[in-house]
Design a protein around this ligand. Structure first.
Ligand code: 3Y8
Ligand code: NAP
Length: 257
């Protein structure tokens, strides 16, 4: 039976994988959560919206006769990744994650690593400064306890409600971003400090390279823990995995029993 692959998308790598699948005539579909108004156009059929939890995903896989799932979601999309492990195990459909290694600090970087968003908020308990808060829209409210700062926000869509603090400049832009562009942005706004998720990959890295060049500190938010699953860091490994007709059930989360 020829492969029918579901790609859980929303990253640069997911888009590149779909492009390669289309070029090789592979059958599949990419899915998005529907977080933004206009997800980037894809060279494969796409669906937008949740599946209805792990059970909803398992039902969808059976109904559409998918033979493989590639979880190419963002490292911070932890609920989707947990659902993928559980849903694929229920449906008996092999799963692999196409993920990016975390960034690690290089010489010249001034990173303060924090475990999660609340810890990043606590790290902003300091005198007023100009903060580039480049973590998107979903967690902005968490930073409301620190209205003393002047925030530069970068959002995919224009905000429907005002930001949760008095001093905020909004830039509406979607990546992947360039170092030159982020250098210019940070100089224009006189940024003193950058807050970033440890997303890995290249699409969100520009602000870190710019911070290094400008000698700016970065509060770096570690990614959430994910359940055990097969992982690959490149498209060729994923396509080899599909080609070799992997049918063994996916690694289910280790329950320690
Ligand atoms: C909806 C689908 C592609 C994918 C491009 C990557 C790169 C550009 C950089 C900064 C950091 C941030 C944010 C970011 C980047 C890529 C990738 C990546 C970070 C799109 C997309 C969807 C989303 C959702 C969106 C989140 C937000 C996060 C902005 C498409 C453009 C901050 C993550 O308004 C909202 O609700 C936005 C929500 C989840 C995080 C948040 O908490 O707000 N991504 N981003 C996906 C869906 O509906 O399923 O249009 O492509 C995808 C991309 N965003 O194909 O080229 O691969 O990471 N996305 C972060 O990393 O910190 C911006 O500004 O420097
Ligand atoms: P999440 O918190 O892990 O997922 C929440 C729910 O959204 C999931 O349970 C699922 O709903 C639905 N969902 C998430 N990703 C989906 C997908 N690719 N296809 C179909 N449904 C999906 O996810 P998130 O952090 O909000 O991320 C949402 C999307 O944005 C993902 O595609 C991710 O790759 C992309 N993204 C996220 C970030 C980030 O910083 N979080 C950064 C860049 C891109 P049901 O339970 O109903 O199935």
């Amino acid at each position: 039976m020829s492969p029918n692959i579901l790609v859980l998308g929303g990253t640069t790598e997911a888009t590149a994988l779909c492009r390669e699948m289309a070029a090789r005539g592979l059958t599949g579909m990419i899915s998005f959560a529907g977080r933004v108004e206009r997800p980037v156009r894809q060279p494969l059929p796409q669906r937008v919206g949740g599946f209805g939890g792990a059970q909803g995903l398992a039902d969808f896989l059976a109904a559409q006769a998918f033979t493989h799932v590639v979880d190419a979601t963002h490292p911070f999309a932890s609920q989707m990744s947990r659902n993928a492990v559980e849903g694929c195990a229920q449906a008996g459909v092999p799963l692999i994650a196409l993920t990016r290694a975390p960034w690690t600090p290089e010489p010249g970087d001034q990173w303060q690593a924090v475990p999660d968003i609340p810890a990043a908020v606590r790290a902003l308990d300091r005198p007023a400064c100009r903060v580039m808060l480049a973590i998107g829209r979903m967690h902005l409210n968490a930073f409301a306890p620190h209205p003393q700062h002047r925030y530069l926000l970068r959002l995919v869509d224009a905000p429907k409600t005002p930001p949760p603090f008095p001093h905020a400049t909004v830039v509406v832009d979607r990546g992947p971003f360039s170092t030159e562009g982020d250098l210019a942005l940070m100089r224009t706004h006189g940024i003193d400090l950058v807050v970033s998720k440890n997303s890995g990959g290249t699409g969100a890295q520009a602000k870190l390279l710019a911070a290094r060049e400008l000698g700016l500190p970065v509060i770096m938010i570690d990614r959430p823990d994910l359940p055990p699953r097969q992982e690959a860091h490149d498209i060729e490994t994923v396509l080899d995995w599909v080609r070799h007709g992997h049918t063994e059930p996916p690694v289910s989360a280790d329950r320690g029993v």
